[in-house]
Structure formats: C-alpha cells, structure tokens
Design a binder for this molecule. Structure first.
Ligand SMILES: [Zn+2]
Length: 257
C-alpha cells in the first residue's frame, strides 16, 4: 500500500502525496496549487516524479504546468479531458504502474465527463476518487447525469469494505449534517458527526474514510435502504420507482439544502 499524506490547499482541498517505505520519490494527486506541493517536497526531501489527475477542474490541475517546468514528471489523467497538460492518457480498465504498485483506472463520469478514479487492489485497498465519492457525500453533477453518477456509486459499493477512500475535499461535516436530515434516526451518522467534529477541532483531516463506513452513513450510497427511499419520496412528494430516481432526488435535495 501507499503511504498517503495530505497537503492542504486553498480552503478545503487535499492534494494527496503518495510514497512507499524507503523511497524518496513521490506522486501527487490533483495538484491545484504548485507552491504548497513544492514546500512539501522541500520539507520532506522528496522528489516529485508523477502527477495523477482525476478531472479537469482548476482546483485539481492549476499547479500542473508549474510543477512540470520545475520537475521531470509524468502527468497521468483522463483521455477525454479538456485539460491539456496530460502526458499519459488513461481510459477505463487501464493500469498505472506507480512506485512498484499497480493502480486500476475506472471512468466515473457525473461530476465532470472526464472524471476517473484510481484504485489499488490487494490486502490494503486504497481509492483515490477526486470529487465523486466524499465522506457522507458525493460530487455535484456539473457535466454528467444522475445515471452516470449512480453507476459510479455502484462501482464504489462493490469495492472491499476495508478500502480506504481519499477524496479531494474536506466537506465531511456539512455532508453529515445533510445525511442526518435524510436519516434522523441513523446512529452511525450521529457517531460520525461526533468523530469528525473532534478531528476538526484538533486540526486534523476527517479523511480517509472507508467503504464500510460509507455504506452506513452516506445517503448517496444508501439509495437501496428503506429510510433513504422514504425520505427521498417525502422530498419528491410522490413515489420513486428506481434506485437511480432515488439517487437523483437525494442529489437534488442536497443541492437545495
Ligand atoms: Zn471538481
């Protein structure tokens, strides 16, 4: 597995830095800001060799050009991305060899049409999912459809329960407030709010989360659970006849929340 460290950027972004034990090479995911990455490299005496991009948004790609000028790096990212700084283009089912480990590429459009995720299989699975799955939340549908994002959620639900999830924003407490509105009697959500509040009060990230936890607390993974369906139907004012319709209604409710 990778050693994964957060490099905080902007208000609430995390640029994840990946190393393996004994190595001084590092990969970063979605470096929106080159300066915080350069400071991290210097402080930890690391050499940047690889950038992984999940999607084209500026807060995920804004530092790439500067980092490329300053370091000899490969830039992996989606084949269909409007972002022009990608040197090694990826599509569904591709694999990336990184620091001796293999990442599996999955296309997960919805937030944007070019969104991909990176998954490390094995005894300690790790998922780098950008702005798709968040702790107790999911990304906004800027370019894709609810059907597409629902398909991405189906993929995430099938990953091993122990999978560590590294998403790109510290949105957890706001997401949990919404999750509690959807499921007021879900005690896992109440406990997650207490846990995340303690972490934020001590200045720590609430991430990573894991698939087992998300199946218990995340309304965007729980579209097949009766309490979530009932709340979504109450919000919709009528019956919802498919999991996609439930998912789409929860997403719409969150937009207005
Ligand atoms: Zn984004």
């Amino acid at each position: 597995m990778f050693n994964v460290m957060p490099i905080p950027a902007f208000n609430d972004n995390y640029i994840w830095a990946l190393t393996v034990p004994g190595g001084n090479e590092v990969a970063v995911i979605d470096p929106g800001d080159a300066n915080v990455v350069n400071r991290y490299l210097k402080e930890n005496n690391l050499q940047l060799t690889t950038i992984l991009i999940t999607h084209h948004h500026q807060d995920h790609t804004g530092g790439v050009m500067q980092l490329c000028q300053q370091h000899p790096v490969k830039v992996y990212g989606p084949d269909n991305s409007p972002f022009e700084g990608i040197t090694d283009k990826l599509t569904d089912g591709d694999k990336v060899e990184l620091l001796g480990l293999t990442l599996n590429i999955k296309e997960v459009p919805g937030h944007t049409l070019d969104h991909i995720s990176y998954y490390l299989a094995g005894p300690d699975p790790q998922l780098f999912c950008g702005d798709t799955l968040f702790l107790a939340g999911c990304g906004r549908l800027f370019e894709g459809s609810a059907e597409q994002m629902h398909r991405a959620m189906e993929y995430f639900r099938r990953l091993p329960d122990t999978t560590q999830i590294y998403c790109t924003h510290e949105y957890s407490l706001a997401n949990l407030t919404f999750a509690a509105a959807v499921e007021p009697t879900n005690t896992h959500i109440t406990e997650a709010i207490e846990h995340c509040t303690r972490l934020r009060e001590s200045g720590q990230p609430t991430l990573p989360t894991d698939i087992a936890t998300e199946k218990q607390i995340n309304p965007f993974l729980r579209y097949s659970e009766a309490p979530v369906r009932q709340s979504a139907e109450l919000f919709a004012g009528g019956p919802l006849t498919s999991e996609v319709a439930i998912f789409a209604m929860i997403r719409e409710w969150k937009n207005q929340f």
